[in-house]
Design a protein around this ligand. Structure first.
Ligand code: PPS
Length: 385
């Protein structure tokens, strides 16, 4: 969302995500909302800007939405798509913790949030695998085969949304490769400016002098969800423990700053009335080089939980003092090490997930080798070899 501070770029709605096509609750998306109001929103942004601007939409939910690329192509066949991917296990863990902290229902668990990540994996993975087994007779490279695979993955937004190749293949079937920029959160964490420059070049926006402190700020982290508190990015966080964000340095931002949040992919497009942009993303970022899962497996869970609890308390107190709305005061429910997962159970869950994601990751590696997408972070090759 730093991109939205570029005067040449605007978001289609006044919020970060429009949720126009598939909503933010996990119904089966049909993309059936009428397009005219969406186009009208885009035109309002252009009129308000009073100059030619690129209008974009930012969300993690378009990527795993099977009907989205079709409707987006109808909106604008020249659309520029940006996909931001993260190590699939780190993404799944981030999502899992987010759901628990925000007390949102987990797939297959009703309202039960008393579940650890390893227990979640043990219960859900077989269900997805069974679904995939049933879909096997349909060749995966046919539209029906791909649709069935996506169906198996999309109902579990914790684990299934990390099966990137299925959702990316769907976008590839609606847009030429050159209109899809695949980027990696590991890179964003390490060199946010370089990633922003690549995105600007992709969408055709002039380079902008971004506010350096915003560029290196992480919003919506597991330390504090919502937009009222944020911490330094992994690229300049002080090494104050295994938690990438130093607890002492959590800062508050105003609601207006929400538009500057990074961490979700964005896309923007050209300028005609049907040019409205859309986005696909996979949530989150990983630490540099070593995945969080590995770090946890090395026994750092306890310290991390402590650091997070400290940061959470501080951030929430600050947000409350500033009168931020309750929904914006950061995470709501603390998550202990037992929920995050530890020890042998966690190791086993990670191993299972590595095996589960391997074929999908291998497909990404092949696309990277063919030059269809940017080279993947080297750590991925080692983890999913
Ligand atoms: N700039 C930057 N660098 C590194 N990491 C970042 C950055 N911005 C967001 N994040 C991490 O991304 C996770 C939240 O992703 P999203 O904002 O896309 O979430 S959401 O889909 O909009 O809910 C969340 O991950 P976890 O903290 O692991 O849960 C954020 O910490």
């Amino acid at each position: 969302m730093n991109l939205a501070t570029n005067p040449a770029v605007r978001t289609v709605s006044d919020r970060k995500e429009s949720f126009w096509f598939n909503g933010d609750r996990f119904i089966v998306p049909t993309c059936s909302n009428p397009l005219d109001p969406y186009l009208a929103m885009a035109n309002r942004q252009r009129t308000a800007a009073g100059r030619p601007v690129l209008v974009g939409d930012w969300t993690a939910t378009h990527f795993s939405c099977p009907c989205c690329p079709e409707v987006l192509r109808r909106l604008n066949p020249d659309l520029k798509v940006i996909v931001m991917l993260r190590d699939p296990i780190d993404r799944a863990r981030s999502r899992f913790i987010e759901q628990i902290r925000m007390q949102r229902p987990l797939p297959g668990h009703g309202n039960n949030t008393q579940v650890s990540f390893p227990a979640y994996v043990a219960r859900q993975l077989p269900v997805i695998e069974y679904c995939l087994q049933r879909a096997e007779p349909y060749a995966p490279d046919t539209p029906l085969g791909l649709m069935l695979r996506m169906q198996c993955h999309m109902w579990d937004h914790v684990l299934g949304y990390s099966v990137y190749d299925a959702f990316l293949a769907n976008y590839f079937s609606y847009f030429p490769d050159k209109q899809i920029l695949v980027s990696y959160m590991e890179e964003l964490a390490r060199e946010p400016m370089a990633v922003l420059r690549r995105i600007e070049a992709h969408i055709g926006a002039p380079p902008h002098e971004y506010d350096a402190s915003r560029v290196s700020t992480i919003y919506n982290s597991r330390i504090c969800y919502g937009w009222s508190c944020a911490g330094p990015s992994r690229s300049n966080a002080s090494a104050s423990g295994p938690s990438a964000t130093a607890p002492g340095s959590v800062t508050n931002t105003t609601a207006a700053d929400a538009a500057g949040a990074a961490g979700t992919a964005a896309a923007a497009s050209g300028q005609a009335s049907t040019d409205t942009a859309a986005t696909a993303s996979a949530q989150g970022a990983a630490g540099q080089g070593q995945s969080q899962a590995q770090a946890l497996a090395q026994g750092q869970v306890q310290a991390q939980a402590q650091a997070q609890a400290q940061a959470q308390a501080q951030a929430q107190a600050q947000a409350q003092a500033q009168g931020a709305p309750a929904s914006d005061r950061g995470l709501l429910v603390g998550v202990g090490a037992e929920v995050e997962g530890t020890g042998a159970a966690m190791d086993a869950a990670i191993q299972r997930l590595r095996a589960f994601y391997r074929p999908s990751m291998q497909q990404l590696f092949a696309w990277a080798d063919q030059g269809r997408i940017a080279q993947v972070p080297p750590a991925w090759r080692a983890a999913y070899a």
